[in-house]
Design a protein around this ligand. Sequence first.
Ligand code: NAD
Ligand code: IPM
Ligand code: MN
Length: 357
Amino acid sequence: ADVKKIAVIAGDGIGPEVVEEAIKVMKKTEELYGLSFEFEHGLFGGIAIDEKGTPLPDETLEICKRSDAVLLGAVGGPKWDSNPKELRPETGLLGIRKALGLFSNIRPATIFDCLKEASTLKPEVLEGTDLIVVRELTGGIYFGEKFRREGEHGEEAVDTCVYNAVEVERIVRQAFEIAQKRRKKLASVDKANVLETSRLWREVVNRIAPEYPDVELEHVLVDNCAMQLLRRPSSFDVIVTENMFGDILSDEAAMLTGSIGMLSSASLGEGAFGLYEPVHGSAPDIAGQGIANPIATILSVALMYRLTFGYEEAAASIEEAVKAVLDAGHRTGDIAVDKSQAIGTTAMGDLIVAAMK
Ligand code: NAD
Ligand code: IPM
Ligand code: MN
């Protein structure tokens, strides 16, 4: 078979725990669908700081560059939280996204019907909710100049937010194209009433919108969007927004699905290559206990199959297995209504593997 190279960078906290389950699922698809993967592991994040003195060792970046796709767990933890910027796990995460040119971060929030009771929102509000946040990933305030300086009242900190029209246009075009393949609604989220970068964002969106006449476009201010996501989540189809707004809104959208442990993501550039990771972090509060929900990472594999490899059948098989296991009532603690019935990470992974057809 055509062997695909997968870079595996599990990272910290629950990262390695959830990645292990995702790899089990990938191995099962090798059996079921005749797929073939070669896994190459790389050190990344806090563990890489401890072992190599940097969160993103050159060798790890090389592993990613010679792979067809990257499977990432999560990074970070209290151990590294007071480190200087260059020695922070999160700096490695931003670095890998930038180095691989992954400007487009796709975060679907799909509701499994049987999980409606796991959400903090009323089931009738969630009815029909199926949205995707398309987050710009390599620009904005995350990547602008940052520095400290002496000001009138002592030390000051500065983060700058910069966007150029090219960066806006390429992500917005991707979002329009995704919307065209779905319910044809696009919400462009900004803060154009205050921010200059948002005014440029909105101008670019309006300039290219006529090229997608079949897509219904709305501009929504980010504060209003945060509210509307809870008020009328089912009215959203595709949301496109800048880096930091997308970070915040996608965690909010996660709660529509019942848990941040359910939200998968794909980070893409112009080609098929992609990095796939759960939206959640390293969850230091539950790390090492074997109780993390592996579904976000497992669903990220389904995104990898679909978006990078075109393995549609295998992708659907993973999603259907997840649905079947949830329908049968199996829950990790984060999505369990009765926490005493919750199962662990490995048990959830095993059930999903067993349910795959
Ligand atoms: P988090 O997403 O790690 O955790 C938030 C809450 O959700 C915690 O209570 C956690 O237990 C729970 N949770 C997260 N994933 C879960 C899962 N799979 N199953 C069950 N419960 C889950 O966010 P945080 O606590 O703000 O950040 C912790 C660390 O992770 C920080 O160092 C942060 O920088 C880092 N982080 C990394 C990434 C990434 O690697 N992509 C993303 C977000 C945060
Ligand atoms: C995410 C995370 C990262 C981000 C952090 C850890 C740098 O929150 O992937 O959503 O803000 O992009
Ligand atoms: Mn985040």
